[in-house]
Design a protein around this ligand. Sequence first.
Ligand code: ZN
Length: 220
Amino acid sequence: MLSKNKALVVFSGGQDSTTCLFWAKKHFEEVHAICFRYGQKHEQEVVYAQRIAERADVPFTVLDLSFISQLAVNCSLTNQAITMDRDKPADTPPNTFVPGRNLFFLSVAAVYSREHDIMNIVTGVSQTDFSGYPDCRDSFVRSLNVSLNLAMDEQFVIHTPLMWKDKAETWQLADQLGIFDLVRHDTITCYNGIPGDGCGECPACKLRKRGLETYLKSKV
Ligand code: ZN
């Protein structure tokens, strides 16, 4: 039977999922972290994730979902030959969108959860700063939650603590959880694979930096 005191965090070692990991530790007795290799260009994501999971003292599992990159041939995060979109095109998601990623991640997370009697699944997606990715929206996550419960005849609860937060509010939450410095220096959000404040140029870095500046200004 699923335990309501246990949670699994879909974990990448970035700002959002690291904040979620410590949020989960505050709210649940037993927390696990699951990380995926999906053919992302920057393997050190996994190294950073493992290091943070060790510091958080949570069991850490890495699974290989590299078939995603074989499918996502038009994605700049998994196909070296494609130049990354700097800005979101008007009518489609940017080419940093990995189609199906959160669908696969959350589905695999649910199977892991079932096998480990975990009721709560935590993901760091945000509709507020969703960068045009449809699988970061609240309606998708709610719909998948229902489907996963039907698929396995279980009562999983998917938590999205960042869904309605912008990046500045996510920094604020990290600060409240006492992990501001850890998130600032020891996570990896950059699409170019540079830890901490990153390359400063890619869309992920710009979003993170803008949020940080807004948050730091609001504290003064
Ligand atoms: Zn960057």
